[in-house]
Design a protein around this ligand. Structure first.
Ligand code: PGA
Length: 245
C-alpha cells in the first residue's frame, strides 16, 4: 500500500483526478469503479473541467458504482444514481448506458446479484475510487466481526446513519439498508485509490496506515493486502494521525 500526502484536500482531489485522466488517456475503454459521498465531489468537478477542456474523453469508459441505498429510486435526490448523474455523468461525454449503479428498488437480493455480475463484466475495474467511513467502512461494508466478499445487502450502522444524515432533511429519512459491493469485489480492482480528509477520519486512517494490523473492525485495513492500493491524504490528516512520509 502506498500513501501519498498532499498539501491540502484540493491538492488530493487534483492528484486523483489526474490519475483517472491519465488512466483514461492510456486506456480509453477502461473500467472505473466509482464512489459517492462528500469526498469525491471535487474530484468529479475536476474531471468535468478536464473533459470540457478536451483533456480527457469518456466516450468509451465503463463505470460501476460501489453501492446504492435500498428503498429509494434512482430519481430520488439522495440516491447514488442521482448523485452520479448530477455530479459527473450529466456533465461529461460518457454514454450513460455504460454506467452502472445498483437499483435501490424492487428485489434487493436480485439487485445485489446484478451488481456482483457487473463488477466482473468485461473484466474488473482498472481503478476503484474509494472514500472511507468514520468507522473504517469502505463502500457500505461496515465494521463487524465478519465481512462479506461479494455484493450483498448491508444494514447500516448508527455511525454511518449519523454521518449521512447531513444529506437528508432528518436522520429518520436515511435508509437503513444498502446494496454494496463486497470486500472481494473491491479488492479485485487492479488499482484501488482511497481518498480521505478531515478529523472525523482520524481513527479509521490511523488503523489503515499506522500499523500492519488487518481487522474486520476497520474494513479499510483489508487494503493492506492489495498490491496496488493508494491512500491519498492531506498534510493535516497525516499530521493528525502521526504519519511521517
Ligand atoms: P464521505 O463518506 O465522503 O461523505 O465522508 C465516505 C464514506 O462513507 O465512504
Amino acid at each position: 500500500m502506498k500513501v501519498i500526502v498532499t498539501e491540502n484536500y484540493d491538492a488530493s482531489c487534483a492528484v486523483v483526478a489526474e490519475m483517472i485522466r491519465d488512466l483514461v488517456k492510456s486506456k480509453p475503454a477502461c473500467k472505473l469503479g466509482l464512489a459517492t459521498g462528500g469526498t469525491p465531489v471535487p474530484i468529479y468537478k475536476k474531471l468535468i473541467e478536464m473533459n470540457k477542456a478536451g483533456e480527457v474523453d469518456f466516450s468509451q469508459v465503463h463505470t460501476v458504482n460501489l453501492d446504492e441505498y435500498c428503498g429509494i429510486p434512482g430519481t430520488h435526490d439522495q440516491s447514488y444514481r442521482y448523485f452520479m448523474d448530477t455530479n459527473l455523468f450529466d456533465h461529461i461525454n460518457i454514454d450513460k448506458a455504460n454506467t452502472f449503479v445498483a437499483n435501490g428498488m424492487g428485489d434487493f437480493e436480485a439487485n445485489a446479484a446484478e451488481l456482483e455480475a457487473k463488477v466482473r463484466e468485461g473484466g474488473v475495474a482498472d481503478l476503484q475510487l474509494l472514500g472511507i467511513g468514520n468507522n473504517g467502512h469502505i463502500a457500505f461494508n461496515e465494521a463487524s466481526d465478519h465481512l462479506i466478499s461479494v455484493a450483498h445487502i448491508e444494514t447500516l450502522t448508527e455511525s454511518t446513519i449519523n454521518a449521512n444524515a447531513r444529506f437528508f432533511e432528518k436522520k429518520e429519512d436515511v435508509p437503513t439498508k444498502a446494496i454494496t459491493m463486497g470486500m472481494g469485489d473491491i479488492l479485485a480492482a487492479k488499482c484501488v485509490v482511497l481518498v480521505a480528509t478531515g478529523t472525523a477520519k482520524v481513527p479509521a486512517i490511523k488503523g489503515l496506515i499506522m500499523d500492519n494490523v488487518i481487522t474486520t473492525q476497520n474494513p479499510s485495513t483489508m487494503l493492506k493486502m492489495h498490491e496496488n492500493a493508494i491512500v491519498v491524504i492531506d498534510k493535516e490528516l497525516a499530521d493528525a494521525v502521526g504519519y511521517k512520509a
